[in-house]
Design a protein around this ligand. Sequence first.
Ligand code: TEU
Ligand code: CA
Length: 557
Amino acid sequence: VTTKDWWKKSIVYQIYPKSFKDTNGDEIGDIQGIIEKLDYLKTLGIDVIWLSPIYDSPQEDNGYDIRNYNTIFKQYGTMEDLDQLLEEMHKRKMKLVMDLVVNHTSDEHQWFVESRSSRDNPYRDYYIWRDGKENGDPPTNWGSIFSGSAWQFDEETNQYYLHLFATKQPDLNWENPDLRTEIYNMMNFWLAKGIDGFRMDVINFISKDTSFPDGNMEDGQLYGDSGPYFVNGPRIHEFLKEMNREVISHYDVMTVGEMPGASPEDAKDYTNPANEELDMIFTFEHMNLDGVNGDKWNLKSLELVELKENFEKWQTSLYGTGWNSLYWNNHDQPRIVSRFGNDKEYRLKSAKMLATCLHMMQGTPYIYQGEELGMTNVHFDSLDDYRDIELFNMYKEKKSLGWSHERIMRAIYAKGRDNARTPVQWDDSENAGFTTGTPWIRVNPRYTEINAKEALADQNSIYYYYQRLIQLRKEKDVITTGKFELIMRNDTDVFAYKRIGKNETFVVLCNFSDSEVELLDYGIQSVVKEASIVITNDNSNKERNLLTPYQCVVYSI
Ligand code: TEU
Ligand code: CA
């Protein structure tokens, strides 16, 4: 770890500003709310904040639809507020990573307004326009990730434009060198302010196969499989190298690319420092294990062995060449304690176990707001209480495919992105202390029991447990540099691994089940008999040959 590699020893906390903290009672969070909570985050041990988009936006997708990259969304505050946030963070030795959303813009971005106005407008080619098929159908059979066709017909110029996400999120045309230059200038604008890096939204989607072929149609599917034509597309490495050369390499910053559909082999190419592309990427593989064939709404229960083998693959493939990011949660994923833990009788214990399992691996850990409190999924009876565009579009599409209302609601309770987007629960007062107004999305009713005030007053809380895990990463080099070795491979309840360092080896044991597990069969007992305990979520268990429900324990040998 060199000084330029500071992100290898950092812990990142993600803030989704709309739901973090409201200071003026206008129903949504704001930049001042983040400033107010910096000490809370500093106490937790956070050194980097990744801030989801705060740019001017019509908020069709909560800011992932940007109208102007150089200004701040009014309801979040002003550029002065942003400068103040940066100053207050740097004063506390914290770094700020901003979201970079350059696969698409809002259809209200000036570039797109120009682009759609005529076929010969200079901005026409900043987006992806194509004629329909001879019969008038869209140019390809691709589906949007937010349901419906990925192409929208525009009457003004009688062509279709591509939108991999919402209709109001047209894809940018990275083939155009002027567009790329504009993006790099914009990145330089932010870096010149002193920000410390970028999280790059679906950055492995920016290069499309420009022949735009139809995707393979499978039985029962409405759209063809378009992935092969834009996921890790033909010029992706060229574009990332160019971006690195033109922008990133001139600053001491960190970069993390969000990359659905990237394999460990891809990740090696993206994150090997010799390739000069990115520092790390977000994989989706471990998040796709509880959905059938990549359809997250088609629920399937997690097979622990699959999860273990997936982490093993990433931990070992990138060892010594690339770098992992480690996450259970973000603004698109359901709450981990409700997903792979038990948010009822074992909420505290399973949340701590999950944190331990992830934080003892190699990589840079990401904590999503509220995760440190063990916030849980939400269960609204009425569809009206939901807000996410992905969810509403999905509802219509699944209905058209014959899914029952009940089945769709079950999928929403398990996987809906709004699970992550209910306001952060600060205390047990009305609206969980998030706002004095009516929150833009309802507060999770469990706020009276689960909130920051309660956590800060309880030495046994999930918050203080995360604080300890974060300290451990600073103290123990083996966590950053040790080799990963999966043990007890076929056990269906326990996720166990070693981290083998120069002077110290950790044995990490995590029980993912709600029953007691004996360890005798695996020969672990003899190894850990004399070992000292680094951290555990159950100090009352003195038996080293068994794990209590959801118990985790880390030994040092
Ligand atoms: O998400 C990309 C993405 O493909 C998925 O995370 C998606 O949101 C969903 O889980 C698919 O079921 C990024 C952002 O993180 C997300 O919030 C945005 O909506 C999306 O890009 C478009 O910008
Ligand atoms: Ca506000």
